[in-house]
Design a protein around this ligand. Structure first.
Ligand code: GLC
Length: 647
């Protein structure tokens, strides 16, 4: 039982009438229930002998943070507590978008909520909307203020109007908490540059290269092309500062407990904007230690749990998403381990599944995907994934090498093949991706490009090749159909619902042209969209309609809620990926997807054994018809997606 469930149980009586519930009493109850764990974590990170006083400060801070939480959100917290693990529901369907790329600003977004609802979206991840440096700012991931809204998006009032409307419509909001670093223009960084010792200690600053050089011996590089090395010399301060990401993103020094306290306050203020899910950005990097890669360290996990348990006391309705794009086994740890199982992040990006989908597209086989995913089944029951095809970042090839070897392949050449396949280095590949952060020292690289361009639509349109267009559309739908049915919250990347292609305009902008991730950050041009959606047999309208159909279906099947009810199936065909979402009272769904460009005949006995046939027929829910199994073999077309329902 995780702490959230414990709170729920303790509060059962008080929560009977949420409106009348004594919010302060419930706060005290949560504080009491979490306090020992909070204390334990705090002193594990910050030894009691030196940091008793800071701990006392934390104790005083929690009630004052609770006092500052708006009443309407306190009420919402209690509603969510009563509801239980609301984020596991099959009704959850997300979209990630850039507010300005989508419809100008926050007001524009509010106007377009009906478009999103029409598609079936009830959960939004808005890319950073807070203040950032004028020039390079990593798409807002260089933070000048954690809760100040950048004027290009509107005002705090606009955001409040949006969140109010979203709450009324039963929609959920996710915003980023860039927890690992601030920009070099953030007030703390500015004070540090002006010579404040106190604020220099908020970052990792060094008078010379001795420690930076020692760190460099083991630290990898995140952006080796544009921001090589992990330290930047700041002239004004006359010191080196740790900058693991870009030179203008300063890593926060969490070995200083004052940083934790100040960031906890920023976190709560962010939550107070009406956020339901906080995306903990780059959280794997939170703790730094010499002689390590300074990622996924045990202290980072303790720190995240500490944030988790404090936030839960103040705002129990707000949950955390781990943005940990790290090896599969490491991702799992962000759900919490040991006595902290279920007490770290409720959600994590299923970056492994995402990368494996692309791996299967290139290799046309699915065994590696099945085996790798089997290894990731043991999650706390309160946890879930965000499943996605594309996001604003690059696609990293962070597979577990064991499973590449298992296939009889070699990890190095295999990864190079994937880069070649997706990044226009193979004549026969339909893909139009770009290579990102190629590291000549290691040969590593990642992939950028929109889903549709990576799946061949851009090339097919250029070649006016009708068959290739059809194939790429099938691939687009198949991948989305998989993330819509796999256990977790599907997160559709804005533009993908319309088959958006690569956007090369970033090359014209000085502050963006070095970062090819901008190629997959498309703009919604509404007059064109309206025109395209009006064309009954058009490509865009087709993609949109099929996706909408799948979303509607997802919401109609309670077995697609995430109750750890997923069985990966080995059906004896390496090209067909298969899984069952077990349902209560025999209403499960079996999902099949053919990654090969030829039709596959599969033995249907397993469907019969699992109870999916009646009088020799299967119930195909996507087509809404029965499929007669004449010979016992089931044919699945190239890149076809099938959902069969138990009946
Ligand atoms: C996350 C974001 C990415 C950003 C990085 C640094 O990985 O997704 O876009 O560059 O954090 O903040």
């Amino acid at each position: 039982m995780n702490q959230a469930e414990l709170h729920r149980n303790l509060a059962t009586d008080l929560l009977k009438s949420v409106k009348k519930a004594d919010k302060n009493a419930l706060f005290q109850q949560r504080l009491t229930a979490n306090l020992t764990l909070i204390q334990d974590l705090f002193f594990a990170l910050y030894p009691e002998s030196q940091h008793r006083k800071t701990f006392t400060k934390l104790l005083a801070k929690l009630p004052s943070l609770f006092d500052g939480r708006p009443e309407v959100l306190k009420l919402r917290d209690l509603e969510k507590m009563r509801e239980g693990n609301w984020y596991l529901s099959e009704q959850m369907v997300g979209m990630q978008l850039y507010v300005d790329h989508f419809n100008k600003d926050l007001k524009g977004l509010k106007d377009k909520l009906p478009y999103l609802q029409e598609l079936g979206i009830n959960f939004l991840h808005l890319m950073p909307i807070t203040t950032r440096p004028e020039k390079e700012n990593d798409g807002g991931y260089a933070v000048n203020g954690y809760t100040q809204i950048d004027t290009r998006f509107g005002t705090k009032k606009d955001l409040a109007a949006l969140t109010k409307k979203m709450r009324e419509e039963g929609m959920y909001l996710m915003l980023d908490f860039v927890v690992n670093h601030t920009s070099d223009e953030y007030p703390w960084a500015v004070k540090a540059q002006k010579g404040s010792k106190k604020f220099q200690d908020f970052y990792y600053t060094y008078p010379d290269r001795i420690l930076p050089d020692e760190f460099e011996l083991s630290l990898p590089e995140v952006f080796p092309e544009t921001s090589p090395g992990n330290f930047t010399f700041n002239e004004e301060m006359g010191k080196w500062v740790m900058t693991v990401f870009n030179h203008y993103q300063w890593d926060l020094n969490y070995s200083n407990p004052e940083v934790f306290l100040a960031m906890l306050e920023n976190l709560v203020k962010l939550a107070n904007l009406g956020v339901d899910v906080v995306r903990f950005d780059a959280l794997a990097f939170l703790w730094k230690k010499l002689e390590t890669i300074s990622q996924n360290l045990p202290e980072a996990h303790q720190l995240i749990s500490l944030f988790r348990l404090c936030l839960q006391v103040v705002a129990p309705g707000v949950i955390l998403l781990a943005e940990a794009i790290v090896p599969p086994k490491e991702i799992m740890k962000y759900f919490g381990e040991g006595m902290y199982r279920g007490n770290e992040c409720e959600i994590a990006y299923n970056a492994t599944f995402m990368a494996l989908l692309w791996n299967s597209i290139a290799t046309r086989e699915t065994v590696m995907m099945r085996k790798s995913l089997e290894d990731l089944q043991d999650r706390p029951e309160s946890s879930t994934w965000i499943n996605y095809v594309r996001c604003h970042d690059d696609i990293g090839l962070g597979f577990d090498d064991r499973f590449i070897y298992d296939m009889g392949w070699n990890p190095g050449p295999h990864r190079r093949f994937l880069l070649d396949y997706f990044c226009q280095r193979l004549d026969w590949s339909p893909s139009k991706g770009q290579i990102f952060m190629h590291n000549p020292k290691t040969g590593d690289g990642r992939i950028t490009g929109s889903a549709s361009s990576l799946l061949g639509l851009e090339k097919a349109l250029e070649d006016e090749d009708t068959d290739a267009i059809k194939t790429s559309v099938s691939k687009i739908i198949m991948l989305h159909g998989l993330v819509l049915s796999y256990g977790g919250i599907p997160m559709i990347y804005a533009g993908d619902e319309l088959g958006a292609l690569n956007d090369y305009n970033y090359l014209k902008e000085e502050a963006k042209k070095q970062d090819s991730r901008w190629v997959n950050r498309p703009w919604h041009h509404w007059p064109t969209i309206e025109k395209e959606l009006g064309k009954k047999n058009g490509i865009v309208a087709g993609i949109y309609a099929q996706l909408k159909h799948l979303i509607t279906l997802r919401k109609a099947f309670p077995c697609l809620a995430d109750h750890n009810n997923l069985d990966l199936l080995d059906i004896g065909n390496e090209h067909v990926f298969a899984f069952e979402r077990r349902g209560m009272e025999s209403c499960g769904i079996i999902v099949l997807a053919n990654f090969q460009d030829t039709a596959q005949a599969i033995d249907s006995t397993f469907l019969k054994n699992l109870g999916y046939t009646k009088k020799g027929c299967l119930q195909d829910v996507i087509k809404g018809e029965k499929t007669k199994l004449n010979s016992g073999l089931l044919e699945i077309q190239p890149y076809e997606l099938l959902w069969y329902k138990q009946y």
